[in-house]
Design a binder for this molecule. Structure first.
Ligand SMILES: C[S@@+](CC[C@H](N)C(=O)[O-])C[C@H]1O[C@@H](n2cnc3c(N)ncnc32)[C@H](O)[C@@H]1O
Length: 245
């Protein structure tokens, strides 16, 4: 399966390594809006199995620090080696709340289908992300969310799937934009829905993965009415980054 201009994944490899709605579909669309330049230092935060890291290197020639909590760095290194990218991708096992990097280290922090697991707190952006950005750096996140906040009115069809974890982490664009606008260190440059929402979910639901099988029922109940895939981009205050429209 071909993504972007240079990235090719064997179908079995792709399906085996997806961990949710296709991160590759999301990054393929989202990256087109980002000012990515050859040799930039990029943090791929919550990279999972590293498919997005591979895509970023193959398409943009950036250097990636592929950080994840649930997937071992050694396991990601084996995958990275299959693509001969060990000089360009550095796999690291770390928690987003305690990252082992120097201030101003990254030109970009990118997080696909992961930020909602660790970034819903009010001070996360200022305390954990902004300090890591170089002066013209940016943070770009894409993740599942809602078309509109439910508040007290969770639709009947969704109730069986509305666990405490989903309730705390699934929000709409306005919720996330308001959260990021509380930041004293960054400015929101853009906030929008990704067009590949449906395709990204279809790819995931086709996978022979118990989590994907569980999500099939949820997406049948949802019928395209409530969920969305959101994207946000922010830069450090008073620094200009160019976001493509
Ligand atoms: C749904 S998976 C998505 C993985 C990958 N980005 C993708 O889309 O295929 C969410 C990822 O977030 C990572 N994650 C969750 N909490 C984290 C934390 N506190 N620090 C770092 N990574 C975290 C998990 O390890 C997991 O790989």
């Amino acid at each position: 399966m071909k993504f972007g201009k240079n990235t090719e994944f064997d179908r079995d490899f792709y399906q085996k390594n997806l961990m949710g709605p296709s991160a590759v579909r999301l990054i393929e669309e989202f990256a087109g809006r980002l000012p990515l330049i050859h040799d930039m230092r990029v943090l791929d935060l919550g990279c999972g199995t590293g498919l997005t890291s591979i895509f970023l290197v193959k398409e943009f020639g950036v250097q990636v620090f592929a950080v994840d909590l649930w997937i071992a760095a050694a396991e990601n290194y084996e995958r990275i080696r299959q693509f001969d990218l060990e000089d360009k991708i550095i796999p690291i096992h770390a928690n987003a709340h305690d990252l082992p990097f120097s201030e101003g280290y990254f030109n970009a922090i990118i997080s696909i289908d992961a930020y909602y697991y660790f970034g819903t707190g009010e001070d996360f952006l200022d305390r954990r992300m902004a300090p890591l950005l170089a002066k013209d750096g940016f943070i770009a996140v894409a993740m599942p969310g809602l078309q509109k906040e439910f508040g007290e009115n969770v639709p009947e069809a969704i109730k069986p799937f509305w666990t405490d974890e989903v309730c705390e982490t699934f929000h709409d664009k306005n919720w996330w934009k308001s959260l990021w606008e509380k930041s004293t260190k960054t400015t929101v440059k853009d906030c929008f829905s990704l067009r590949c929402h449906k395709t990204a979910w279809e790819d995931w639901l086709e996978c022979d993965n118990p989590y994907a099988k569980g999500d099939v029922k949820m997406m049948e109940a949802e019928q395209g009415k409530y969920f969305d895939t959101l994207a946000l981009i922010a830069g450090l205050k008073e620094k200009s980054i160019e976001v493509r429209k």
